[in-house]
Design a protein around this ligand. Sequence first.
Ligand SMILES: Cc1cc2nc3c(=O)[nH]c(=O)nc-3n(C[C@H](O)[C@H](O)[C@H](O)COP(=O)(O)OP(=O)(O)OC[C@H]3O[C@@H](n4cnc5c(N)ncnc54)[C@H](O)[C@@H]3O)c2cc1C
Length: 418
Amino acid sequence: MTQRGVRRAILIGGGIAGPVLGMFLRRIGVEATIFEAREAPAENEGAFLGIAPNGMNVLADLGVAEAVAARGAPFVGMRFENARGRRIGEIDQREAARRFGAGLVMIRRGALHAALAEEAVRRGVGIRYGTRLTDVDRSDPREVVARFREGGEARGDVLIGCDGFRSRTRVCAVPDAPAPGYTGLLDFGGFARCPGAPVEPGWSAMVFGRRAFFGAFAAPDGEIWWFHNGAEPGPGEPGRGAAAGRGAAAGRGAAAGRGAAAGSVRERILALHEGDSAWIADVVRATPEVLGPWPLHDILTMPRWHVGRVCLIGDAAHATTPHAGQGASLAMEDGMLLARCLRDEADPEQAFAAFERLRRPRVEAIVRAARRTGDRKAVAGPVAEWLRDRMLPLFLRLGAAAQERAYAYRIDWEARAA
Ligand SMILES: Cc1cc2nc3c(=O)[nH]c(=O)nc-3n(C[C@H](O)[C@H](O)[C@H](O)COP(=O)(O)OP(=O)(O)OC[C@H]3O[C@@H](n4cnc5c(N)ncnc54)[C@H](O)[C@@H]3O)c2cc1C
């Protein structure tokens, strides 16, 4: 055992950061137990996500990349279209594996959770489902105590909040942290068989509709995995930010959302894509169950990520919108780097400080970039649409450098953290 003073770690949350951190902690000889609020591993949990090369490289270091890739599908690129179906840009990822050491993988969220949980358990990480953290007791400087809604408590040398953007750990341990802000975009998704959809397997069609954004990935078997981002007030969320609070499109989107509120979610989405390429409506109609909504939130910055024996990672520390396709991969990187810091630093507080210092610039830059991309998804009328269609290739070129930096990032496990 290399780390001093850390033998038992309490991990709150078994989404993405939790199991990845747990596996790296096992590697350094720390006993790791995940406490997850869900009742069971959610194999069929909603929607899907993309894992970027930097995330896949973390999984490769752990030896779980193949298990994850086997449950997902290679993602080879995106083609952007305007509402009338005119191609306005493309990002080709076919060279990613050669350039960054790993390609991109698209995977259903439930399948990713199941793969990570299975691998974590196989490596000796404990997972307790149906335990929701309610309180963190830091009164004894020698340990930290977690208390759960279902009763009972757990004691550890450290407690790591891997509990996502609505982190209870954050509320308990860093009460001056800002709450995640609603960006004004509401996300829905689904899986459909729609043979007429003009998307090639492995590619995503990304459509800037007149009122809302639509993305459709074609899996190798032809199934369409889609998402929709509309500028609407979230359930119980005040609108905020460029996507919701400003601009005519935001007003149109919100109005459409309200106007159709009495109808089904499907009707609402169809209304927001009225007049866009017809295949979008075909996909939405062919979807057995529309999943969501997920109101998209982020936290641009936090005063601190750790206090005493408690540290936040993943979305709990730096919640991001999906628009940069990096939230999951950043959560994986966090797990690896935090374990390395705990291995190398003299005590947990120093490890957490080193972790935050090493991570903050990268993750905050990506969270900001994701926010900017999201803000471009809701455009304000025909003039802005005309301009966006012409400017998009430039934005894609400018964004390419940042994307390369994000993809090329590698953590050297053998290097010392300090
Ligand atoms: C619609 C949508 C699409 C996205 N698409 C992408 C994408 O394509 N690519 C990408 O990289 N990112 C994407 N993201 C972002 C990505 O999902 C997150 O950044 C990522 O899941 C963060 O991982 P995490 O482990 O920190 O948190 P989560 O994955 O949110 O896991 C947190 C876990 O903590 C548990 N939990 C919460 N509270 C408690 C509690 N009190 N006690 C115990 N357990 C608790 C939850 O049940 C959950 O299992 C998307 C997000 C959304 C909403």
